[in-house]
Design a protein around this ligand. Structure first.
Ligand code: ADP
Ligand code: MG
Length: 350
């Protein structure tokens, strides 16, 4: 069989880890990214630098690949649609369209009978002042937010005036939940409607950025079952192909809410590279390239630390033990709040 050429839109660390997993499966990868320093080019077979709206460059990319996937959700929908006319894009473009807007994403989830936080669309200051019953709340841009970017925490009416809110953007206002825990469930769905699902991962955020992930999550069996069921339901309903992550909140009364969906591999699943026989990256490649599905099994428990900004320096000089794995994303510059690498420790299952 001739080799599969997989196109990946986006060239960050998720692209790097996808490319690494693909190599193992004998799949060639071509990264398309608008950043000339995109770290994933060091891990992939080929790289095209171009704007996500540049039809000529995108056509050059399309001509080189058999199938296309993406490693971040903020690619223009028109670009995904354009590519999909020539080569299959997986997950399907319309999935990305629903999920890349927080309002349509939350409407979709609620329409499935799955709980999210209470939310309302905010288009201007008047809308905000008419919805003070949502305070204390978090105002989030409907599009393009990540790692807490584009968010304003509003405790009371006075704080509205103090914050410089740019109403050229649309927002949702979400009630704040008293969080007991955050977990995520990662699922890979295949073309023949089968799937592999990972057990819930417990996540700790600092300054709205993921800091630690750990399995097993310390949660009740009810939460374990419900979070797993909801992830299956969401992926079924989307007729999803590839790896998807559902982020959850658990409040002080053990209520479960979907926070958001990532239509891609996810930071909380990096530990699956070392904890499982098949990682979230490998499963994604297998699903979108229609390769065999392997039964996915946990081999170790694990804990992952995200190395953010200057954290990386210390780890670059650290001696790594046998049960530890250090991933350096090889980004050109260290910047505060930038994800620079991660560090996973595996732990024997008792
Ligand atoms: P992003 O798209 O930037 O990841 P999220 O909506 O996931 O944005 O928010 C980032 C983090 O902020 C969450 O993981 C959680 O820790 C905190 N957070 C967000 N919304 C709420 C909320 N309604 N109540 C409590 N904490 C929240
Ligand atoms: Mg999030």
């Amino acid at each position: 069989m001739s080799k599969i050429n997989l196109g990946i839109l986006g060239g960050g660390q998720l692209g790097s880890m996808l490319a690494t997993a693909a190599k193992k499966l004998n799949v060639q990868t071509i990264i398309y990214c608008d950043d000339e320093n995109a770290p994933a080019q060091k891990f992939a077979d080929d790289f095209i630098l171009g704007d996500y709206n540049d039809e000529n460059k995108i056509t050059e990319f399309v001509n080189k690949v058999n199938v296309v996937t993406y490693e971040f959700e903020n690619i223009p929908f028109n670009t995904l649609e354009f590519i999909n006319k020539h080569k299959q894009v997986l997950p399907k473009p319309n999935i990305n369209q629903v999920i890349q807007n927080r309002f349509s994403e939350k409407n979709f989830i609620n329409n499935l009978g799955i709980k999210t936080t209470d939310y309302v669309i905010i288009k201007n200051l008047k809308d905000l002042n008419n919805n003070l019953n949502f305070l204390p709340g978090i105002l989030k841009t409907t599009t393009l937010g990540y790692d807490g970017k584009g968010q304003f925490r509003l405790n009371n009416k006075n704080e509205i005036d103090k914050q410089k809110i740019d109403f050229n953007n649309q927002y949702i206002l979400e009630k704040i939940i008293n969080l007991k825990k955050e977990i995520s469930v990662i699922i890979t769905r295949f073309k023949n409607q089968t799937y592999e699902i990972y057990e819930p991962i417990e996540n700790t955020h600092k300054d709205q950025i993921l800091k630690f992930s750990e399995i097993p999550a310390k949660i009740s069996s009810e939460i374990l079952n419900l979070s797993t069921e909801w992830a299956k339901k969401i992926s079924e309903e989307l007729d999803y192909v590839g790896t998807l992550c559902v982020e959850y909140f658990i409040d002080e009364n053990d209520n479960l809410y979907v926070n958001e969906i990532a239509p891609r591999v996810h930071n909380s699943g990096h530990l699956t590279i070392n904890s499982h026989n098949v990682s979230q990256f490998e499963n994604h490649i297998r699903a979108v390239c229609a390769l065999d599905k392997l039964e996915t099994k946990k081999i170790y428990n694990a804990k992952m630390i995200n190395l953010i900004g200057e954290d990386i320096t210390e780890y670059r000089n650290k001696k790594v033990k046998e049960n530890e794995f250090f991933f350096d994303y090889q980004k050109k510059e260290i910047k505060p709040k930038r994800k620079m690498g991660h560090f996973t420790t595996i732990i024997k299952i008792r």
